[in-house]
Design a protein around this ligand. Structure first.
Ligand code: MLT
Length: 285
């Protein structure tokens, strides 16, 4: 479903009307399908919504989303992704949600926590980080952006089908390598380049962590090489109300490598967010 120039929003599970929805934001360079396994393990009463971020899956391109938001079409930005998700949710009647993202999805969730705090009732940060890129990482991203645009294919990021997995699953789970390969091959070079440039330009959002007073969840695979365990511990320490889950024998893609602990953490997050909202909205006697 596409909402008027904004993002394709997939309803992965329709739960009890009126309960707090869970919004799941995908990693780079895949789309909402990476949340299927986790959704299957969530309790049935939960509504689960997963947008495709700009340019990925069946969403409009980053520049088109920027224009629809009144932003500069020539400036790739994580905030365009976050504002696009917020506008898409509001257009679908969602005013509050628990918002969780894996890796790039986590960068977007942090942008939403900063720019749309009324919407984010609970924050889930899965295999991600709050810091910005250093110069070397920015240069690497620009090189990849230029290469995919020049080649008009996604070969330059195809290696991520194994690099995103933990050392154990790279060897033991060829099925996961194949799934990632299929999802990566489905994305277009313009989406890859735009997202690389958006991630390169993202600011440090460490301060957003200490300012976020709602319930938070931090999940990390113990074999995650992109956003390792010590990074997750540091984020969890800064969040005032955090639940830290370290997933054994999993790498960066915990949602497919070991979906059960991710689903359990997310399920707790939504319950905690609902309880916090109920406490806040209760009239003072
Ligand atoms: C991801 O999984 O979304 C990427 O590793 C994020 C990044 O490139 O920083």
């Amino acid at each position: 479903m596409t909402t008027d120039g904004m993002l394709a929003l997939h309803t992965l599970r329709r739960g009890i009307p009126g309960s707090l929805p869970l919004v799941l934001l995908h990693a780079f360079p895949v789309d909402h399908r990476m949340w299927w396994d986790v959704t299957d393990l969530l309790p049935g009463e939960r509504t689960v919504l997963a947008p495709d971020l700009p340019g990925f899956g069946s969403s409009p391109s980053g520049p088109d989303v920027a224009v629809a938001l009144g932003a500069d079409r020539d400036v790739p930005s994580i905030d365009v992704m976050g504002d696009g998700v917020a506008a898409t949710l509001r257009a679908a009647g969602v005013e509050r949600a628990a918002v969780a993202g894996l890796s790039m999805g986590g960068y977007v969730a942090l942008s939403m926590a900063e720019r749309h705090p009324d919407l984010v009732a609970g924050l889930g940060l899965v295999d991600t980080k709050a810091t910005a890129d250093d110069d070397e990482a920015r240069a690497r991203r620009e090189e990849i952006a230029q290469r995919v645009l020049a080649e008009q294919r996604v070969e330059a990021v195809y290696g991520m089908r194994t690099a995103l997995l933990g050392a154990t699953d790279r060897v033991e789970r060829p099925d996961l390598v194949e799934r990632l390969a299929g999802w990566i091959a489905d994305q277009g070079p313009h989406a890859i380049a735009w997202a690389q440039r958006a991630m390169a330009a993202r600011p440090d959002r460490t301060e957003v962590l200490s300012r976020f007073t709602g319930p938070a969840l931090v999940v990390v695979g113990e074999e995650d090489e992109q956003s390792p365990v010590d990074v997750a511990r540091a984020m969890s320490y800064l969040l005032p109300d955090s639940d830290l889950v370290i997933v054994p024998r999993a790498g960066h893609m915990t949602s497919i490598e070991s979906p059960q602990p991710v689903a359990s953490g997310l399920s707790r997050l939504v319950r905690r967010a609902e309880a916090a909202l109920a406490g806040r909205d209760r009239p003072v006697a």
